[in-house]
Design a binder for this molecule. Structure first.
Ligand SMILES: Nc1ncnc2c1ncn2[C@@H]1O[C@H](COP(=O)(O)OP(=O)(O)O)[C@@H](O)[C@H]1O
Ligand SMILES: [Mg+2]
Length: 412
């Protein structure tokens, strides 16, 4: 019997790790397509000094820290390079290919990323060489001209993005100068706003599983995802899924969210490099069981089939398609095929059917169990002030209950 360990590198989150641990435990031993039996366990990883030659016990790690905490990040790079540990996500591509690179690559692939300009730092860079270098080589520029070329309204936001830090909407020159002055030591993009978009679609992708959700950025956290079924035409539904999966397959990101704005039949991707996508039950609510289920299926698939990790991006097959004289829809279809190849989607689906046939039922049973309700109660207590507990508990019980009803119909 083969044993596999999934390591969790966690920050402040309690909700989804508890859900994930419980579901992997309930999934029990798994029979692989070759008839061998596999036991998968989970463990929360501690951060400690490590010898670079030390062998890790983990086969796969779900990481939520590397984007800001460098000790575990460097451990992840060591175990990927030396021990073939499979990572969701790999810091190799997330560290070098942040938002800015993601814009560049997807522009070359033909996606409708809004016009974007990178402007130099507002404040001097903290480096003794800066004064000389900038005096000699920094070209003076007229911010107003650049902005009027991009066109108002626009967004000013950091080139590496994340959590709405430093993002502002710019409607006029006064906004422009205020925001640029405030940007200080951050490196900023100016990006044309997709003004008056009809739908904000946010796609969460885990391996080859994608859920495109209707997002309302102006609502409070617990109300941002709207439970909506037919908010996109079938064709746009497919296009947004393909865009999200293309981003992930291209960069080898496996657990990521992709934000797209839809206007006049065009999908504009605006933010799709999220190394630590939000999967809190208090924001995903209805979609939380789907997210947990996908994370369980994909990570068990990777462990049991010994899927090998690739640390580097291979741009060539993508750019071959991108640079061809082909219309956008045809390119998207070709990207979808490359994504399916990268994620081994057909084999994954077959594995889920034959080795994990019980997981859908199991997740539904769990969502209907006291264990799930306890998780909800604990999370609400930890997240909201006491006078709001009752209201939020009813809100999330209602939405997850609705999921259970819909799921029961799907499973028959
Ligand atoms: N080009 C754009 N057009 C319209 N809205 C935008 C644009 N860029 C950003 N926004 C708005 O600002 C929010 C934050 O910007 P985003 O690029 O997602 O940054 P972060 O990486 O911090 O999440 C988006 O969710 C969206 O509501
Ligand atoms: Mg965003």
């Amino acid at each position: 019997m083969a044993e596999h360990l999934i390591g969790l590198l966690l920050g402040a989150e309690e909700d989804w790790p508890r859900a994930f641990e419980e579901l992997v435990r309930r999934a029990g031993p798994v029979t692989a397509p070759d008839g061998s039996t596999h036991v998968v366990r989970t463990e929360r990883l501690a951060i400690a000094p490590f010898n670079l030659r030390e062998k890790p016990r983990t086969d796969l790690v779900i990481d939520r820290l590397a984007h800001w905490y460098y000790h575990p990040r460097e451990w992840l790079k060591k175990v990927a390079l030396m021990d073939d540990v499979y990572l969701l996500n790999s810091p190799f591509t997330f560290q070098s290919m942040e938002k800015h690179s993601a814009y560049c690559a997807m522009m070359r692939l033909g996606m409708h990323v809004p016009e974007t300009v990178l402007v130099p730092y507002k404040n001097p860079v903290d480096n003794v060489r800066w004064a000389y270098t900038s005096a000699k080589y920094n070209q003076s520029f007229d911010l107003d001209t650049i902005a009027s070329d991009v066109g108002y309204p626009m967004f000013m936001k950091p080139f590496d993005g994340g959590a709405w830090r430093g993002v502002s909407m710019i409607r006029n020159e006064a906004d422009l100068h205020r925001s640029y002055d405030e940007s200080g030591e951050m490196l900023m993009h100016l990006q044309k706003a997709v003004d008056g978009f009809e739908v904000f679609a946010r796609a969460l992708t885990i391996g080859p599983e994608t859920m495109v959700m209707k997002f309302r950025p102006d609502e409070p956290m617990h109300d941002r995802y709207e439970v909506a079924y037919d908010f996109l035409t079938p064709q746009m539904g497919q296009e947004t899924r393909t865009i999200a999966q293309t981003v992930n397959a291209f960069f080898r990101w496996e657990f990521n969210s992709c934000e797209m704005l839809i206007k006049d039949g065009v999908a504009y991707p605006i933010d799709y490099a999220n190394a630590c996508p939000d999967v809190a039950i208090t924001s995903l609510h209805y979609y939380f069981p789907w997210a947990m289920k996908s994370l369980v299926k994909w990570s068990i698939f990777c462990c049991v089939t010994g899927r090998s990790a690739q640390t580097q991006v291979n741009t060539a097959p993508w750019f071959q398609i991108a640079d061809r004289d082909m219309d956008y829809q045809a390119k998207l279809q070709a990207y979808q095929r490359l994504s399916d190849q990268y994620f081994d989607t057909a084999r994954y689906r077959e594995f889920v059917e034959t080795s994990l046939p019980h997981v859908d039922e199991l997740v539904l049973d769990w969502v209907l169990s006291d264990d799930f309700d306890n998780l909800l109660v604990d999370t609400v207590k930890a997240t909201y002030p006491e006078h709001e507990h009752e209201r939020f508990l009813a809100h999330f019980r209602g939405l997850t209950g609705l999921w259970a009803k819909d799921e029961a119909l799907v499973l028959g």
